[in-house]
Each structure stands twice: as C-alpha cells, then as structure tokens.
Design a protein around this ligand. Structure first.
Ligand SMILES: [Zn+2]
Length: 583
C-alpha cells in the first residue's frame, strides 16, 4: 500500500513520480534532507521511530554485504513494521520481499556499482519483486555522471553522499568526468559554488559544486523522462564511462523488463544516432510485430524502396516520384535503418514516422544485418507474385541481394544510377507494366486491417474487420460496419486505431486477443484510477486500446499503465476513458 508515492510519467523503466511528503518532491530526486534513518539493528535494538509526513523514515534494518548467503540473510531478516507515515524498507537484491512500505532501499548497492551486469541484475530483481508504484532508493552512489543511467534502469531516489564525499576528497565531478581539483586551471562550470576566483576554490566549494552538478543532472533526467526521451540522452551520456554503456547494453538484454514498461506509442522523437539505437524496445518491437503479426493483403508485386528523411514517407519528394511511377500497381515497402521494413499501411505507426537518423549513405554491418534479417523474416511470411527492388547501391542493394540469395528469390532491380532519376523511374514503371491497380477502397480497408494486426495480434485484422466500409480521407479513416455504425477511427499521429463502444463490442466478440481492464462497481468518466481496477490483462502496455468493464459500466479507452501495474498500484491513473455506457 503506497500512500506517499505516486508515478506520474513513465519512460521505459524510468518514471517521474511524486514523493507525497508534507512538502512534496518530484522524483527522480535527492532526498538526503528528508531522509531519517532509524538505524541498523546490528548495533542496537532500535525502537520504532516516530515518523511523520515531513520525512521519509528508513525503518530499522539489518543490511548485509553483497554476496551474503541467502539463508543467512533470511534468518536475520527484519519484517518492516506497519507504520502510517512515509517509510523505506531496506532490502538486499538477493532476497526481496514486499514490505508494504512506500520505498525500498538496496543494502548491497555499493557492491554492484561499477559492474554493468551486476547493477542491472540487482535493479531488475528488486523492481520485479516490489509493487510498481513504490520508489526505489539508491543511497551513497549517485554522481552527475551515473545518475541518468540509474534513473533509466528504474531508480527513483538518491542522496548526494557520494558526490559530497568525493568533493571533500578533491574530486570535481561533472556529467562526463571526475577531475582531480588540482588539475583544473579553470572550473568548467558556472554554478553558484564555482563563481569565485579559482585560487580561492576550496574542497568545501568542490563538495557544493558536486551537489549542484548532481541536482542539475537530475533536472535534465526529469525533463527527458517527461519528454519520453531519456534513452536518446543516455546513448550519449553513457559513453562517458564504459561501465555505464555496459549497463545500458545489459539492460537491453532484459527484454521482458523493458518491454513491459515501454509505451507502444507516444509523441516523442527517437534519435537514431548510435549503434545502440537498433536494440531499443521500440525498434525491436516494431520489427517483431511487422514480421509476426502484420500480413500483406495485396495481390500486386512488392516494390522495395529506400526510406526518406521526411515522414511519413509518402509525403516526401522522392516517394511522390516513386508513387507517380508505381500508380497503385505495387505494394510499397520502405527499407530503413534503424526500423527495418515499413509496409505502406504502417508508415504512420509509431515509431515509423517518429525517428531521425544520421544520413551519410554509409551503413554499418550491424545495420545491414539487422535490416536483412527483418526483410528475410518479412519475405518468409509474405508471398508476392513478383519483387521489384527500387533501391540505390549504398547499403540497400547489398541487403536485398543478401536476402535474395538466402531465400533463393529472383528480384528485379530498377535503379540505374539514382532512384529518382528519369531512367530509374522509367524502369520502375516498366517493371510494373500490365499489373492492375488496386482501388482506394482496397487500400483503406487493408490499412485498417494492418493496423489491427499490428496492435492486437496475428489475424486480428481479418477477425475484426472482414466486412467493413471506410469513410473520410486517409489518414483519418473512419471504420464503419455494413449498417453504417462507426467502429473505429485511425489516429494518423501514431498510426493506430481508436475504438468506439460498438467497435469494442465487436472486438470482444471476435477471435482477436482482447485487452481487458476489470473495474469495481462504478461508472468511470475521464480517468480510471488504479484503486478502482480489480484486474487487468498482463499484455496491456501504455498506449494500448483497452476494454474497461465492471458491474455498472462498459467502456473503451487507452492504457496509461502496463497491465500488471494497473492491478498492483494503489495510486495513479490506470487508463483514460474515451466512451462509456452505463449498464
Ligand atoms: Zn559548479
């Protein structure tokens, strides 16, 4: 039961939360000034402290050094007493039991710092064992350089102890380095502590500066989480210390932990500037869904084209020229790093129109292999009467030829020199001569079905939308049944569908996997708060369409938490309701 902590914004495993003390604090943040430690039970029997709402009280504890055998820890374990003030339980990452407190502090944190795999294992073990709406405290370790990674992994609360101690030892900390004070001819900072003349700068000032630098980095981290862009920042920031980059990569291997916490859509750009971007959940999930859920429904030849910098691709100059040559006679699939392949129906779907990549024309081997693998899986699942590759030499052709050889295909190449030169466009048009154009109706129906496949699962498009009509102009397609009742609308901003109540009912009756939130006996308007949720499906992700149902109401809306978080949490908005009907 967490009364004193609430998560407001999520960005993967990172969260902006509120520590609800008498003067509330936005997290991730330093909490030294409000932390009161009741002390270790090793040195004395402790009385239960008189906590109050102005402080975060660390309950009496026995901390164990990292590596202490589990049975030893268990025999000395302390169960947190039930208190009615903001409290922290001290736990070891090797043996975590939920204690009903608002926050948890990791006792063996010192032993995992500096080691990517150990840190990630510790954070994931604790986070998976404690309720989602409780805060995680890492005491004595935060520096301006490591705190972005720690927050990204899922740590909410910190103290300035390490930064201050290092300052008094003459170490001047920045987000990228830990300098020896005597090596600095000038101070690379303009915080209040660094205002005076260099020769008068003392170790005490250095400790002050370190604290400022840590506070300021935490403010950047909070801003990045709110923007859904902490990862983009971290891919640069983690480069300043090798173990931090190692930790980021180790965390990428914790697919289940990160995927559950990563929204399926959001209004945030993805910067594809490093090789690590390929391993982001958003990128891997798109590639996975395109190759396991999406199905091509056109009978026309496949036309592979390069992506464009402008998004959605169809609005770019180059793609308009491709379109003039193709004239709806081919099914357009764009090849791109870091997304893989993007069928035309999914060109607006997050993150296909939400990334920016570094354009040099040079591909790394990792990029080539990633796109080759996605294209191969795509072609293993989807058969075409003919494949036309309208791709330039740089990287693209190499990738197509790899897949052509692996799958023993016969692909027609149409680019002479550059994809948009006259000769190449004429070749493209010629390669499609004699092919029939598909209709606007077919195009729109297949787009709606593709979005349903992508969102809900393999076959969902046919299960839900076999017989439909579409109205309104692409990309704001409205989906109606044969009696003209509206079922859903396409949301062009994220390339997703939002359902009406009639659509939600059809979804429930169909064979497509549903995402259900069971609520108590009330009629929700606006938001459903977590305490009102009785149960929620495990596969719900932030941004998913959800059917919300209870004894008194049937509703449809969008998830603001992942499924397990909705079921576990005692505070916060679980989902936003779009339409509701009283039972
Ligand atoms: Zn400073």
């Amino acid at each position: 039961m967490t009364e004193y902590f609430e998560v407001h914004e999520r960005d993967g495993a990172a969260r902006v939360g509120e520590l609800r003390l008498s003067s509330p604090r936005t997290t991730p943040a330093l909490v030294d000034d409000v932390l009161e430690d009741a002390g270790s039970l090793w040195s004395a029997d402790r009385d239960l402290p008189d906590g109050d709402e102005s402080r975060l009280t660390v309950l009496p504890h026995r901390a164990f050094p990292g590596g202490t055998p589990e049975e030893v820890q268990a025999s000395f374990a302390v169960d947190a007493p039930d208190v009615d003030y903001p409290s922290v339980a001290v736990v070891s990452s090797e043996d975590v039991e939920p204690q009903g407190t608002d926050a948890y502090a990791l006792s063996d944190v010192q032993s995992v710092m500096g080691h990517g795999a150990a840190l990630v294992e510790a954070v994931v073990d604790v986070r998976e064992a404690i309720p989602a709406d409780t805060a995680l405290l890492f005491s004595g370790v935060a520096t301006p350089r490591n705190v972005a990674l720690l927050a990204y992994a899922g740590v909410d609360l910190f103290d300035a102890t390490a930064a201050v101690v290092k300052g008094t030892e003459g170490r001047y900390l920045t987000t990228d380095e830990a300098y020896f004070l005597e090596d600095l001819e000038e101070l690379p900072c303009s915080c209040p502590a660094c205002q005076g003349p260099r020769e008068e700068f003392t170790r005490e000032d250095c400790a002050d500066h370190n604290r400022h630098a840590l506070e300021s980095e935490l403010a950047i981290v909070r801003r990045r989480i709110r923007d859904g862009r902490l990862r983009d920042y971290l891919e640069g920031q983690a480069r300043h210390d090798q173990w931090l980059t190692a930790a980021m990569r180790e965390l990428d291997d914790q697919w289940g932990y990160l995927e559950e916490r990563t929204p399926i859509l959001r209004d945030a750009r993805i910067d594809a500037a490093t090789g690590d971007t390929l391993r982001r959940v958003e990128i891997q999930r798109f590639a996975d869904r395109v190759t396991t859920r999406y199905r091509n429904r056109f009978d026309n030849p496949l036309v592979l084209v390069p992506c464009s910098a402008a998004k959605p691709y169809s609005e770019s100059q180059s793609h308009r020229q491709f379109h003039d040559a193709i004239q709806w006679r081919g099914h357009l699939v764009s090849m791109t790093s870091p997304i893989g392949v993007v069928p035309q129906e999914l060109e607006t779907t997050y993150p296909a129109q939400h990334y920016d990549t570094v354009v040099t024309g040079r591909w790394t081997e990792d990029e080539k292999e990633f796109v080759s693998e996605v294209l191969q899986r795509y072609l293993e699942r989807n058969e075409y009467p003919k494949i036309v590759a309208h791709v330039p030499d740089e990287g693209y052709r190499d990738i197509v030829e790899r897949v052509e050889e692996r799958l023993d295909l016969d692909i027609t190449y149409t680019v002479a020199d550059h994809p948009t030169d006259d000769e190449s466009l004429a070749n493209l048009s010629e390669a499609l001569s004699g092919e029939l154009k598909y209709s606007k109706r077919e195009r729109e129906h297949n787009t709606v079905r593709a979005l349903a496949d992508y969102l809900l699962g393999d076959g969902a498009g046919d299960d839900l939308f076999a017989d439909i009509q579409t109205t309104s102009r692409y990309p704001k397609i409205q989906v109606r049944d044969d009696e003209d009742t509206q079922l859903a609308t396409m949301v062009p901003q994220y390339g997703t569908l939002s359902f009406t109540l009639a659509g939600a009912r059809r979804w429930l009756e169909s064979a497509a996997p549903t995402k259900r939130v069971e609520i108590d006996g009330f009629v929700p308007h606006g938001s459903v708060l977590a305490p009102g949720v009785v149960d929620a499906d495990d596969d719900i992700r932030v941004g998913d369409e959800v059917i919300v149902e209870g004894p008194q109401a049937f509703a449809v809306g969008r998830a603001e938490m992942f499924g397990r978080e909705m079921a576990e949490s005692t505070r916060g908005i679980a989902c936003e309701i779009r339409h509701v009907e009283e039972k």
